[in-house]
Design a protein around this ligand. Structure first.
Ligand code: WT7
Length: 576
Protein backbone atom coordinates (compact mmCIF):
# COMPACT_ATOMS: atom_id res chain seq x y z
CA UNK A 1 0.00 0.00 0.00
CA UNK A 2 1.76 3.11 -1.24
CA UNK A 3 -0.49 5.87 0.02
CA UNK A 4 -2.60 4.72 2.91
CA UNK A 5 -5.40 6.93 4.13
CA UNK A 6 -4.28 8.69 7.29
CA UNK A 7 -6.38 10.05 10.12
CA UNK A 8 -4.23 12.61 11.85
CA UNK A 9 -4.89 13.64 15.42
CA UNK A 10 -5.48 17.22 16.35
CA UNK A 11 -4.52 17.72 20.01
CA UNK A 12 -7.16 20.46 20.23
CA UNK A 13 -9.84 17.85 19.59
CA UNK A 14 -9.00 15.81 22.69
CA UNK A 15 -11.68 16.21 25.31
CA UNK A 16 -9.24 14.99 27.88
CA UNK A 17 -5.47 14.86 27.86
CA UNK A 18 -4.39 11.39 26.65
CA UNK A 19 -2.61 9.28 29.26
CA UNK A 20 0.14 8.52 26.78
CA UNK A 21 1.45 11.89 25.70
CA UNK A 22 4.08 10.67 23.28
CA UNK A 23 4.27 7.21 21.78
CA UNK A 24 7.81 7.73 20.57
CA UNK A 25 9.10 8.82 23.95
CA UNK A 26 7.47 5.90 25.74
CA UNK A 27 8.64 3.42 23.12
CA UNK A 28 12.21 4.63 23.55
CA UNK A 29 12.38 3.91 27.28
CA UNK A 30 11.79 0.81 29.40
CA UNK A 31 8.23 0.64 30.72
CA UNK A 32 7.21 -2.09 33.08
CA UNK A 33 9.24 -1.15 36.14
CA UNK A 34 7.95 2.40 36.23
CA UNK A 35 4.36 1.25 36.61
CA UNK A 36 4.99 -1.49 39.14
CA UNK A 37 4.87 0.93 42.05
CA UNK A 38 1.27 1.81 41.18
CA UNK A 39 0.09 -1.72 41.89
CA UNK A 40 -0.21 -3.36 45.27
CA UNK A 41 2.52 -5.90 45.94
CA UNK A 42 2.50 -8.13 49.00
CA UNK A 43 5.54 -8.17 51.25
CA UNK A 44 8.15 -10.31 49.57
CA UNK A 45 7.02 -9.40 46.06
CA UNK A 46 3.71 -11.26 45.74
CA UNK A 47 0.87 -9.98 43.60
CA UNK A 48 -2.76 -10.95 43.06
CA UNK A 49 -4.85 -9.85 40.10
CA UNK A 50 -8.15 -9.72 42.03
CA UNK A 51 -6.63 -7.95 45.01
CA UNK A 52 -5.40 -5.27 42.64
CA UNK A 53 -8.74 -5.02 40.86
CA UNK A 54 -10.83 -4.71 44.00
CA UNK A 55 -9.35 -4.87 47.50
CA UNK A 56 -6.61 -2.38 46.76
CA UNK A 57 -9.30 0.32 46.49
CA UNK A 58 -10.70 -0.28 49.98
CA UNK A 59 -10.15 2.69 52.21
CA UNK A 60 -9.74 5.02 49.20
CA UNK A 61 -12.45 7.15 47.58
CA UNK A 62 -12.83 4.43 44.94
CA UNK A 63 -14.38 2.08 47.52
CA UNK A 64 -17.76 3.79 47.28
CA UNK A 65 -17.54 4.37 43.54
CA UNK A 66 -19.70 2.33 41.14
CA UNK A 67 -17.67 -0.51 39.66
CA UNK A 68 -20.39 -2.32 37.75
CA UNK A 69 -23.47 -1.02 35.98
CA UNK A 70 -25.23 -4.20 35.00
CA UNK A 71 -28.16 -4.63 32.64
CA UNK A 72 -29.86 -7.94 31.96
CA UNK A 73 -31.45 -9.11 28.75
CA UNK A 74 -34.91 -8.03 29.88
CA UNK A 75 -33.82 -4.55 30.84
CA UNK A 76 -33.44 -5.43 34.55
CA UNK A 77 -30.57 -3.56 36.17
CA UNK A 78 -28.23 -3.69 39.16
CA UNK A 79 -25.23 -1.72 40.28
CA UNK A 80 -22.30 -2.52 42.54
CA UNK A 81 -19.61 -0.40 44.13
CA UNK A 82 -16.01 -1.55 44.48
CA UNK A 83 -16.79 -2.07 48.18
CA UNK A 84 -19.77 -4.30 47.29
CA UNK A 85 -17.61 -6.39 44.98
CA UNK A 86 -14.93 -6.73 47.65
CA UNK A 87 -17.46 -8.15 50.11
CA UNK A 88 -19.25 -10.36 47.60
CA UNK A 89 -16.06 -11.81 46.16
CA UNK A 90 -14.89 -12.49 49.72
CA UNK A 91 -18.04 -14.53 50.28
CA UNK A 92 -17.21 -16.58 47.20
CA UNK A 93 -13.64 -17.03 48.38
CA UNK A 94 -14.91 -18.24 51.75
CA UNK A 95 -17.42 -20.53 50.09
CA UNK A 96 -14.67 -22.09 47.95
CA UNK A 97 -12.40 -22.46 50.96
CA UNK A 98 -15.26 -24.27 52.67
CA UNK A 99 -15.38 -26.72 49.77
CA UNK A 100 -11.71 -27.43 50.36
CA UNK A 101 -10.43 -25.47 47.35
CA UNK A 102 -6.76 -24.63 47.59
CA UNK A 103 -4.21 -22.62 45.69
CA UNK A 104 -3.62 -24.13 42.24
CA UNK A 105 -6.95 -26.01 42.07
CA UNK A 106 -9.06 -25.33 38.99
CA UNK A 107 -12.43 -23.67 39.52
CA UNK A 108 -14.49 -23.32 36.34
CA UNK A 109 -17.25 -20.85 35.55
CA UNK A 110 -19.93 -21.70 33.04
CA UNK A 111 -22.22 -18.74 33.42
CA UNK A 112 -24.02 -16.07 31.47
CA UNK A 113 -22.84 -12.48 32.02
CA UNK A 114 -24.61 -12.15 35.37
CA UNK A 115 -23.15 -10.36 38.41
CA UNK A 116 -22.38 -13.73 40.05
CA UNK A 117 -19.84 -14.42 37.30
CA UNK A 118 -17.82 -11.36 38.31
CA UNK A 119 -17.98 -12.12 42.03
CA UNK A 120 -17.17 -15.82 41.60
CA UNK A 121 -14.26 -15.02 39.26
CA UNK A 122 -12.71 -12.53 41.65
CA UNK A 123 -13.37 -14.79 44.64
CA UNK A 124 -11.60 -17.67 42.88
CA UNK A 125 -8.54 -15.56 42.16
CA UNK A 126 -8.38 -14.45 45.79
CA UNK A 127 -8.11 -18.08 46.93
CA UNK A 128 -5.15 -18.63 44.63
CA UNK A 129 -7.16 -21.16 42.63
CA UNK A 130 -7.05 -21.00 38.83
CA UNK A 131 -10.27 -19.69 37.30
CA UNK A 132 -11.34 -21.36 34.07
CA UNK A 133 -13.90 -19.63 31.90
CA UNK A 134 -16.36 -21.43 29.67
CA UNK A 135 -18.32 -19.47 27.07
CA UNK A 136 -22.04 -19.97 27.67
CA UNK A 137 -22.66 -21.20 24.11
CA UNK A 138 -20.60 -24.35 24.76
CA UNK A 139 -22.35 -27.69 24.65
CA UNK A 140 -21.55 -31.13 25.95
CA UNK A 141 -18.46 -32.07 23.96
CA UNK A 142 -16.78 -28.68 24.31
CA UNK A 143 -17.52 -28.65 28.04
CA UNK A 144 -16.38 -32.17 28.62
CA UNK A 145 -13.05 -31.67 26.82
CA UNK A 146 -12.23 -28.59 28.87
CA UNK A 147 -13.36 -29.88 32.24
CA UNK A 148 -11.59 -33.17 31.74
CA UNK A 149 -8.31 -31.71 30.54
CA UNK A 150 -8.15 -29.13 33.32
CA UNK A 151 -9.19 -31.55 36.05
CA UNK A 152 -11.49 -28.86 37.45
CA UNK A 153 -12.86 -29.69 40.89
CA UNK A 154 -15.59 -27.03 41.08
CA UNK A 155 -17.95 -25.73 38.42
CA UNK A 156 -20.16 -22.69 38.94
CA UNK A 157 -23.13 -22.75 36.62
CA UNK A 158 -26.89 -22.18 36.50
CA UNK A 159 -29.65 -24.77 36.71
CA UNK A 160 -30.44 -24.10 33.03
CA UNK A 161 -26.86 -24.53 31.78
CA UNK A 162 -26.02 -27.44 34.09
CA UNK A 163 -28.18 -29.86 32.08
CA UNK A 164 -25.55 -29.72 29.34
CA UNK A 165 -23.08 -31.61 31.46
CA UNK A 166 -25.41 -33.99 33.26
CA UNK A 167 -24.73 -36.78 30.76
CA UNK A 168 -20.94 -36.55 31.02
CA UNK A 169 -20.65 -35.82 34.70
CA UNK A 170 -19.90 -39.47 35.54
CA UNK A 171 -16.90 -39.32 33.25
CA UNK A 172 -15.40 -36.39 35.19
CA UNK A 173 -14.08 -37.93 38.43
CA UNK A 174 -12.23 -34.77 39.46
CA UNK A 175 -15.33 -32.59 39.29
CA UNK A 176 -16.45 -32.82 42.91
CA UNK A 177 -18.85 -29.88 43.04
CA UNK A 178 -21.33 -28.52 40.54
CA UNK A 179 -22.63 -25.33 42.09
CA UNK A 180 -25.85 -24.00 40.57
CA UNK A 181 -25.81 -20.37 41.52
CA UNK A 182 -29.55 -19.78 41.13
CA UNK A 183 -30.60 -22.67 43.35
CA UNK A 184 -32.18 -21.60 46.67
CA UNK A 185 -29.66 -23.71 48.58
CA UNK A 186 -26.72 -21.90 47.11
CA UNK A 187 -28.29 -18.48 47.46
CA UNK A 188 -28.71 -19.05 51.15
CA UNK A 189 -25.30 -20.71 51.53
CA UNK A 190 -23.45 -17.82 49.91
CA UNK A 191 -25.32 -15.20 51.93
CA UNK A 192 -24.19 -16.91 55.14
CA UNK A 193 -20.51 -16.65 54.24
CA UNK A 194 -18.44 -14.04 56.05
CA UNK A 195 -17.73 -11.06 53.82
CA UNK A 196 -14.15 -10.61 54.87
CA UNK A 197 -11.33 -12.75 53.57
CA UNK A 198 -7.56 -12.50 53.58
CA UNK A 199 -6.50 -12.74 49.95
CA UNK A 200 -3.98 -15.53 49.38
CA UNK A 201 -0.50 -14.08 48.85
CA UNK A 202 0.09 -15.34 45.33
CA UNK A 203 3.45 -14.71 43.68
CA UNK A 204 3.87 -13.27 40.15
CA UNK A 205 4.25 -16.67 38.46
CA UNK A 206 1.30 -18.30 40.24
CA UNK A 207 -1.50 -19.17 37.87
CA UNK A 208 -4.56 -16.89 37.87
CA UNK A 209 -6.87 -17.94 35.04
CA UNK A 210 -7.01 -20.22 32.03
CA UNK A 211 -8.85 -20.28 28.74
CA UNK A 212 -9.09 -22.99 26.16
CA UNK A 213 -8.17 -21.88 22.72
CA UNK A 214 -8.04 -23.50 19.33
CA UNK A 215 -5.15 -24.19 17.05
CA UNK A 216 -5.14 -26.04 13.77
CA UNK A 217 -5.02 -29.55 15.07
CA UNK A 218 -6.28 -31.50 18.03
CA UNK A 219 -8.44 -30.49 20.91
CA UNK A 220 -8.35 -26.97 22.32
CA UNK A 221 -5.42 -26.20 24.59
CA UNK A 222 -5.55 -24.61 28.04
CA UNK A 223 -3.68 -21.30 27.89
CA UNK A 224 -2.77 -20.40 31.47
CA UNK A 225 -2.10 -16.86 32.68
CA UNK A 226 -0.23 -15.82 35.80
CA UNK A 227 -0.82 -12.96 38.24
CA UNK A 228 2.20 -11.09 36.83
CA UNK A 229 0.07 -10.21 33.79
CA UNK A 230 -1.55 -7.50 35.93
CA UNK A 231 1.29 -5.11 35.12
CA UNK A 232 0.64 -5.14 31.38
CA UNK A 233 -3.16 -5.28 31.64
CA UNK A 234 -2.98 -2.16 33.79
CA UNK A 235 -0.66 -0.15 31.59
CA UNK A 236 -2.29 -1.10 28.28
CA UNK A 237 -5.75 -0.16 29.59
CA UNK A 238 -4.33 3.21 30.52
CA UNK A 239 -2.36 3.96 27.37
CA UNK A 240 -4.31 2.15 24.67
CA UNK A 241 -7.89 2.38 25.96
CA UNK A 242 -6.94 5.72 27.52
CA UNK A 243 -9.09 5.08 30.60
CA UNK A 244 -9.41 8.05 32.96
CA UNK A 245 -11.02 8.02 36.41
CA UNK A 246 -14.32 9.57 35.28
CA UNK A 247 -14.84 7.28 32.32
CA UNK A 248 -17.83 5.02 31.87
CA UNK A 249 -16.37 2.12 29.98
CA UNK A 250 -18.06 -0.62 28.01
CA UNK A 251 -16.22 -3.71 26.77
CA UNK A 252 -18.65 -5.79 24.74
CA UNK A 253 -16.66 -9.05 24.92
CA UNK A 254 -17.90 -12.01 26.93
CA UNK A 255 -15.66 -13.24 29.79
CA UNK A 256 -15.69 -16.62 28.07
CA UNK A 257 -12.97 -15.06 25.89
CA UNK A 258 -9.77 -13.38 26.97
CA UNK A 259 -10.85 -9.84 26.08
CA UNK A 260 -13.85 -10.16 28.38
CA UNK A 261 -11.59 -11.16 31.27
CA UNK A 262 -8.64 -8.84 30.89
CA UNK A 263 -10.38 -5.72 29.54
CA UNK A 264 -13.91 -6.66 30.65
CA UNK A 265 -13.04 -7.27 34.33
CA UNK A 266 -9.48 -6.95 35.54
CA UNK A 267 -7.80 -4.01 33.83
CA UNK A 268 -10.63 -1.45 34.13
CA UNK A 269 -11.16 -2.30 37.78
CA UNK A 270 -7.45 -2.11 38.55
CA UNK A 271 -7.78 1.46 37.29
CA UNK A 272 -10.89 2.03 39.41
CA UNK A 273 -13.12 2.59 36.36
CA UNK A 274 -16.91 2.25 36.22
CA UNK A 275 -17.85 -0.44 33.76
CA UNK A 276 -21.06 -1.32 31.93
CA UNK A 277 -21.99 -4.98 31.45
CA UNK A 278 -24.85 -6.06 29.23
CA UNK A 279 -26.05 -9.63 29.68
CA UNK A 280 -28.21 -9.61 26.57
CA UNK A 281 -27.53 -10.36 22.95
CA UNK A 282 -26.22 -8.08 20.27
CA UNK A 283 -28.89 -5.86 18.81
CA UNK A 284 -28.15 -2.48 17.22
CA UNK A 285 -30.93 -0.61 18.91
CA UNK A 286 -30.25 -2.12 22.32
CA UNK A 287 -26.56 -1.29 21.97
CA UNK A 288 -27.15 2.31 21.00
CA UNK A 289 -29.64 2.51 23.87
CA UNK A 290 -26.98 1.33 26.32
CA UNK A 291 -24.36 3.76 25.04
CA UNK A 292 -26.85 6.59 25.49
CA UNK A 293 -28.40 5.54 28.77
CA UNK A 294 -25.14 4.93 30.61
CA UNK A 295 -23.29 7.85 28.99
CA UNK A 296 -20.53 5.52 27.86
CA UNK A 297 -17.30 7.40 27.17
CA UNK A 298 -14.91 4.62 26.12
CA UNK A 299 -16.09 1.69 24.06
CA UNK A 300 -14.05 -1.43 23.26
CA UNK A 301 -15.74 -3.70 20.75
CA UNK A 302 -15.15 -5.94 17.74
CA UNK A 303 -15.17 -5.58 13.95
CA UNK A 304 -18.10 -7.96 13.37
CA UNK A 305 -20.28 -5.91 15.73
CA UNK A 306 -19.18 -2.70 14.02
CA UNK A 307 -20.01 -4.16 10.60
CA UNK A 308 -23.41 -5.29 11.85
CA UNK A 309 -24.11 -1.76 13.08
CA UNK A 310 -22.81 -0.40 9.80
CA UNK A 311 -25.27 -2.60 7.90
CA UNK A 312 -28.12 -0.70 9.58
CA UNK A 313 -26.75 2.65 8.44
CA UNK A 314 -26.71 5.85 10.46
CA UNK A 315 -30.52 6.19 10.57
CA UNK A 316 -30.93 4.51 14.02
CA UNK A 317 -28.41 7.03 15.39
CA UNK A 318 -30.55 10.04 14.53
CA UNK A 319 -32.72 9.64 17.61
CA UNK A 320 -29.77 8.98 19.91
CA UNK A 321 -27.56 11.30 21.85
CA UNK A 322 -24.18 9.61 21.99
CA UNK A 323 -22.23 12.76 22.75
CA UNK A 324 -20.66 11.14 25.82
CA UNK A 325 -18.49 8.90 23.60
CA UNK A 326 -14.90 10.07 23.38
CA UNK A 327 -12.79 7.04 22.49
CA UNK A 328 -13.42 3.90 20.44
CA UNK A 329 -11.30 0.78 20.10
CA UNK A 330 -11.61 -2.61 18.46
CA UNK A 331 -10.04 -6.07 18.67
CA UNK A 332 -10.26 -9.66 17.53
CA UNK A 333 -10.13 -9.61 13.74
CA UNK A 334 -9.06 -7.27 11.00
CA UNK A 335 -10.72 -3.88 11.27
CA UNK A 336 -11.42 -3.03 7.67
CA UNK A 337 -11.05 0.54 6.37
CA UNK A 338 -14.81 0.82 5.65
CA UNK A 339 -15.58 0.15 9.31
CA UNK A 340 -13.17 2.88 10.43
CA UNK A 341 -14.56 5.37 7.93
CA UNK A 342 -18.07 4.50 9.03
CA UNK A 343 -17.11 5.05 12.69
CA UNK A 344 -15.95 8.54 11.81
CA UNK A 345 -19.24 9.21 10.02
CA UNK A 346 -21.47 7.68 12.67
CA UNK A 347 -19.71 8.72 15.89
CA UNK A 348 -17.44 11.51 14.77
CA UNK A 349 -14.31 9.56 15.69
CA UNK A 350 -12.39 6.52 14.48
CA UNK A 351 -12.21 3.06 16.03
CA UNK A 352 -8.65 2.32 17.13
CA UNK A 353 -7.56 -1.16 16.13
CA UNK A 354 -5.68 -3.24 18.70
CA UNK A 355 -4.01 -6.60 18.23
CA UNK A 356 -3.35 -9.38 20.69
CA UNK A 357 -4.19 -13.03 21.34
CA UNK A 358 -5.34 -15.32 24.12
CA UNK A 359 -1.72 -16.39 24.52
CA UNK A 360 -0.29 -12.88 24.83
CA UNK A 361 -2.60 -12.02 27.73
CA UNK A 362 -2.79 -8.29 26.96
CA UNK A 363 -2.66 -5.86 24.06
CA UNK A 364 0.61 -6.14 22.11
CA UNK A 365 0.04 -3.83 19.17
CA UNK A 366 -2.25 -0.86 18.92
CA UNK A 367 -3.28 2.51 17.63
CA UNK A 368 -2.93 5.23 20.24
CA UNK A 369 -4.83 8.44 20.96
CA UNK A 370 -2.00 10.72 19.87
CA UNK A 371 -0.62 8.67 16.99
CA UNK A 372 -1.99 9.19 13.45
CA UNK A 373 -4.02 6.21 12.27
CA UNK A 374 -3.07 4.62 8.98
CA UNK A 375 -6.41 3.17 8.07
CA UNK A 376 -6.20 -0.63 7.87
CA UNK A 377 -3.05 -0.92 10.01
CA UNK A 378 -2.95 -2.59 13.44
CA UNK A 379 -0.71 0.24 14.61
CA UNK A 380 2.57 -0.06 16.47
CA UNK A 381 3.92 -2.35 19.20
CA UNK A 382 3.02 -1.35 22.74
CA UNK A 383 5.94 0.52 24.36
CA UNK A 384 8.13 -2.10 26.02
CA UNK A 385 7.21 -4.81 23.50
CA UNK A 386 9.65 -5.89 20.78
CA UNK A 387 7.83 -7.05 17.67
CA UNK A 388 9.29 -8.39 14.46
CA UNK A 389 8.45 -9.90 11.12
CA UNK A 390 10.43 -13.08 10.63
CA UNK A 391 10.96 -15.99 8.26
CA UNK A 392 10.12 -19.50 9.41
CA UNK A 393 13.74 -19.94 10.55
CA UNK A 394 13.67 -16.81 12.69
CA UNK A 395 15.64 -14.53 10.37
CA UNK A 396 14.43 -10.98 9.83
CA UNK A 397 12.13 -10.04 6.96
CA UNK A 398 12.69 -6.63 5.34
CA UNK A 399 10.13 -3.86 5.80
CA UNK A 400 7.37 -4.01 3.23
CA UNK A 401 7.61 -7.78 2.92
CA UNK A 402 5.22 -10.30 4.45
CA UNK A 403 6.36 -12.74 7.12
CA UNK A 404 5.46 -14.21 10.52
CA UNK A 405 4.41 -11.74 13.18
CA UNK A 406 6.59 -12.48 16.20
CA UNK A 407 7.56 -11.03 19.59
CA UNK A 408 10.57 -11.21 21.86
CA UNK A 409 9.44 -13.29 24.86
CA UNK A 410 9.37 -11.84 28.34
CA UNK A 411 6.49 -9.37 28.27
CA UNK A 412 4.62 -9.39 31.62
CA UNK A 413 1.34 -10.96 30.50
CA UNK A 414 2.79 -13.74 28.34
CA UNK A 415 1.05 -17.06 29.00
CA UNK A 416 2.67 -19.02 31.80
CA UNK A 417 2.08 -22.44 30.28
CA UNK A 418 -0.19 -24.54 28.15
CA UNK A 419 -1.96 -26.76 30.63
CA UNK A 420 -0.10 -30.08 30.88
CA UNK A 421 1.27 -29.67 27.39
CA UNK A 422 4.86 -28.49 27.47
CA UNK A 423 5.35 -29.60 23.88
CA UNK A 424 2.61 -27.32 22.66
CA UNK A 425 4.00 -24.42 24.72
CA UNK A 426 7.49 -24.99 23.30
CA UNK A 427 6.10 -25.07 19.76
CA UNK A 428 5.31 -21.34 19.96
CA UNK A 429 8.99 -20.42 20.06
CA UNK A 430 11.55 -20.23 17.25
CA UNK A 431 15.07 -18.85 17.44
CA UNK A 432 14.34 -16.67 20.46
CA UNK A 433 10.98 -15.40 19.17
CA UNK A 434 7.39 -16.08 20.18
CA UNK A 435 5.65 -16.77 16.85
CA UNK A 436 2.05 -15.61 16.80
CA UNK A 437 0.63 -17.68 13.94
CA UNK A 438 -0.35 -14.50 12.09
CA UNK A 439 1.18 -13.20 8.86
CA UNK A 440 1.86 -9.48 8.66
CA UNK A 441 4.25 -6.85 7.32
CA UNK A 442 5.76 -3.65 8.67
CA UNK A 443 5.99 -0.40 6.76
CA UNK A 444 8.92 2.00 6.87
CA UNK A 445 7.22 4.10 9.59
CA UNK A 446 7.00 1.08 11.88
CA UNK A 447 3.27 0.45 11.44
CA UNK A 448 2.19 -3.20 11.22
CA UNK A 449 -0.33 -4.54 8.70
CA UNK A 450 -2.24 -7.78 9.22
CA UNK A 451 -2.32 -10.24 6.32
CA UNK A 452 -3.92 -13.43 7.67
CA UNK A 453 -3.29 -16.56 9.68
CA UNK A 454 -0.43 -18.85 8.81
CA UNK A 455 -2.52 -21.83 9.89
CA UNK A 456 -6.10 -23.08 9.47
CA UNK A 457 -7.51 -21.38 12.57
CA UNK A 458 -10.92 -19.83 11.82
CA UNK A 459 -12.08 -16.44 13.05
CA UNK A 460 -15.84 -16.17 12.82
CA UNK A 461 -17.48 -13.08 14.30
CA UNK A 462 -14.18 -12.55 16.10
CA UNK A 463 -14.38 -15.93 17.81
CA UNK A 464 -11.57 -18.37 17.36
CA UNK A 465 -12.63 -21.83 16.23
CA UNK A 466 -10.39 -24.78 15.50
CA UNK A 467 -11.38 -26.68 12.37
CA UNK A 468 -10.52 -29.97 14.04
CA UNK A 469 -13.15 -29.49 16.76
CA UNK A 470 -15.85 -28.92 14.16
CA UNK A 471 -14.67 -31.84 12.02
CA UNK A 472 -14.70 -34.10 15.08
CA UNK A 473 -18.22 -32.97 15.97
CA UNK A 474 -19.46 -33.67 12.43
CA UNK A 475 -18.04 -37.17 12.21
CA UNK A 476 -19.97 -38.11 15.34
CA UNK A 477 -23.11 -37.95 13.20
CA UNK A 478 -24.11 -41.41 11.92
CA UNK A 479 -24.38 -40.29 8.28
CA UNK A 480 -20.95 -38.62 8.14
CA UNK A 481 -17.86 -40.50 7.05
CA UNK A 482 -15.38 -37.62 7.00
CA UNK A 483 -15.36 -33.85 7.19
CA UNK A 484 -12.95 -31.03 6.31
CA UNK A 485 -13.62 -27.57 7.72
CA UNK A 486 -12.37 -24.15 6.63
CA UNK A 487 -13.02 -20.46 7.21
CA UNK A 488 -14.69 -18.82 4.20
CA UNK A 489 -14.38 -15.03 3.87
CA UNK A 490 -17.59 -13.22 4.76
CA UNK A 491 -18.44 -9.53 4.46
CA UNK A 492 -19.91 -9.21 7.95
CA UNK A 493 -18.52 -12.03 10.08
CA UNK A 494 -14.96 -11.90 8.73
CA UNK A 495 -15.19 -15.61 8.08
CA UNK A 496 -17.92 -18.20 8.25
CA UNK A 497 -17.35 -21.86 8.96
CA UNK A 498 -17.71 -24.04 5.89
CA UNK A 499 -17.70 -27.84 6.07
CA UNK A 500 -16.97 -30.28 3.27
CA UNK A 501 -18.63 -33.53 4.19
CA UNK A 502 -18.20 -37.02 2.80
CA UNK A 503 -21.28 -39.13 3.49
CA UNK A 504 -21.38 -42.82 4.28
CA UNK A 505 -24.36 -43.34 1.96
CA UNK A 506 -24.39 -40.49 -0.52
CA UNK A 507 -27.06 -42.27 -2.58
CA UNK A 508 -29.56 -41.68 0.24
CA UNK A 509 -29.30 -37.91 -0.18
CA UNK A 510 -29.39 -37.41 -3.92
CA UNK A 511 -32.57 -35.36 -3.93
CA UNK A 512 -32.00 -31.66 -3.19
CA UNK A 513 -34.68 -31.66 -0.48
CA UNK A 514 -33.02 -34.59 1.27
CA UNK A 515 -29.59 -33.05 1.23
CA UNK A 516 -31.03 -29.72 2.39
CA UNK A 517 -32.65 -31.51 5.29
CA UNK A 518 -29.42 -33.25 6.16
CA UNK A 519 -27.54 -29.95 6.01
CA UNK A 520 -29.87 -28.49 8.58
CA UNK A 521 -29.70 -31.61 10.72
CA UNK A 522 -25.89 -31.47 10.76
CA UNK A 523 -25.92 -27.79 11.69
CA UNK A 524 -28.24 -28.44 14.62
CA UNK A 525 -26.13 -31.46 15.57
CA UNK A 526 -22.97 -29.36 15.86
CA UNK A 527 -24.79 -26.55 17.67
CA UNK A 528 -26.16 -29.03 20.21
CA UNK A 529 -23.02 -31.04 20.77
CA UNK A 530 -20.17 -28.60 20.37
CA UNK A 531 -21.20 -24.96 20.62
CA UNK A 532 -23.84 -22.58 19.37
CA UNK A 533 -21.30 -20.36 17.60
CA UNK A 534 -19.13 -23.08 16.06
CA UNK A 535 -21.51 -24.70 13.57
CA UNK A 536 -20.92 -24.65 9.80
CA UNK A 537 -23.12 -22.05 8.13
CA UNK A 538 -22.32 -23.74 4.83
CA UNK A 539 -22.06 -27.44 4.14
CA UNK A 540 -21.03 -29.00 0.86
CA UNK A 541 -21.25 -32.72 0.26
CA UNK A 542 -18.32 -34.09 -1.70
CA UNK A 543 -17.09 -37.51 -2.75
CA UNK A 544 -13.71 -37.40 -1.07
CA UNK A 545 -11.43 -35.03 0.82
CA UNK A 546 -7.99 -33.97 -0.38
CA UNK A 547 -5.42 -35.59 1.90
CA UNK A 548 -1.70 -35.89 2.24
CA UNK A 549 -0.16 -39.29 1.69
CA UNK A 550 -0.05 -39.66 5.45
CA UNK A 551 -3.81 -39.12 5.61
CA UNK A 552 -4.00 -35.51 6.87
CA UNK A 553 -6.87 -33.45 5.47
CA UNK A 554 -5.45 -30.64 3.33
CA UNK A 555 -7.67 -27.75 4.27
CA UNK A 556 -5.67 -25.32 2.21
CA UNK A 557 -6.77 -27.20 -0.91
CA UNK A 558 -10.41 -27.04 0.18
CA UNK A 559 -9.95 -23.34 0.75
CA UNK A 560 -8.28 -22.71 -2.59
CA UNK A 561 -11.04 -24.64 -4.33
CA UNK A 562 -13.67 -22.63 -2.51
CA UNK A 563 -12.01 -19.37 -3.46
CA UNK A 564 -11.44 -20.43 -7.05
CA UNK A 565 -7.70 -20.04 -6.53
CA UNK A 566 -4.87 -22.16 -7.86
CA UNK A 567 -4.37 -25.21 -5.70
CA UNK A 568 -0.61 -24.68 -5.24
CA UNK A 569 1.94 -27.31 -4.35
CA UNK A 570 0.31 -30.73 -4.36
CA UNK A 571 3.46 -32.78 -4.13
CA UNK A 572 2.46 -34.20 -0.76
CA UNK A 573 -1.07 -34.83 -1.89
CA UNK A 574 -2.58 -38.24 -2.22
CA UNK A 575 -4.10 -38.76 -5.68
CA UNK A 576 -6.99 -36.32 -5.89
C1 WT7 B 1 -6.20 -13.99 16.80
C2 WT7 B 1 -6.24 -14.19 18.29
C3 WT7 B 1 -7.22 -11.19 22.37
C4 WT7 B 1 -8.06 -10.56 21.44
C5 WT7 B 1 -9.20 -11.43 21.07
C6 WT7 B 1 -8.82 -12.52 20.13
C7 WT7 B 1 -6.79 -12.32 15.31
C8 WT7 B 1 -6.83 -10.34 16.89
C9 WT7 B 1 -6.68 -8.70 15.49
C10 WT7 B 1 -6.57 -7.48 14.77
C11 WT7 B 1 -6.38 -8.75 12.80
C12 WT7 B 1 -6.64 -9.91 14.76
C13 WT7 B 1 -5.39 -12.81 14.99
C14 WT7 B 1 -4.93 -13.40 16.31
N1 WT7 B 1 -6.76 -10.90 15.66
N2 WT7 B 1 -6.80 -9.02 16.80
N3 WT7 B 1 -6.59 -6.30 15.38
N4 WT7 B 1 -6.42 -7.56 13.42
N5 WT7 B 1 -6.49 -9.92 13.43
O1 WT7 B 1 -7.99 -13.46 20.74
O2 WT7 B 1 -9.27 -15.49 20.11
O3 WT7 B 1 -6.87 -15.66 20.85
O4 WT7 B 1 -7.48 -14.70 18.64
O5 WT7 B 1 -7.23 -13.07 16.42
O6 WT7 B 1 -5.46 -13.80 14.01
O7 WT7 B 1 -3.93 -14.37 16.17
P1 WT7 B 1 -7.92 -14.90 20.14
Amino acid sequence: MEHPEIISKDPKSFRIKPNLASYDEAAASPQWDSVKSELKWFDGGGINYAYNAIDRHLGTPVESKTALLWEGDRGDTASFTFGDLARLSNQYANFLTGLGVKKGDRVFLFLPRIPVLYCAFLGTLKTGAVAGLLFSAFQETALFDRLENSGASVLFTTTELSSRISKVRDKLPNLKHIVTVNSPDFVSAISRQPDSYACVRTVPDDYAFMLYTSGTTGKPKGVVHAHRGAVQAYLTARWVLDLHPDDIYWCTADPGWVTGIVYGILAPWMLGITMVVHAGRFDPDTWYGLLEKYHVTVWYTAPTAIRMLMAKGTEPLKTRNLSSLRYLASVGEPLNPEAIRWGVKAFGMPFHDTWWQTETGSIMMANYPTLPIKIGSMGKPFPGITAGIIEDDGSAVADGKEGNLAFKPGWPSMMATVWQNQKKYDSYFTAGWYVSGDRAWRDSDGYYWFVGRSDDVIKTSGERVGPFEVESALVEHPEVAEAGVIGKPDQVRGEIIKAFVVLKNPMKFQKPEDSAKLTEELQVFVKKNLAGHAYPREIEFIDRLPKTRSGKIMRRILKAKEMGQPIGDTSTLEEY
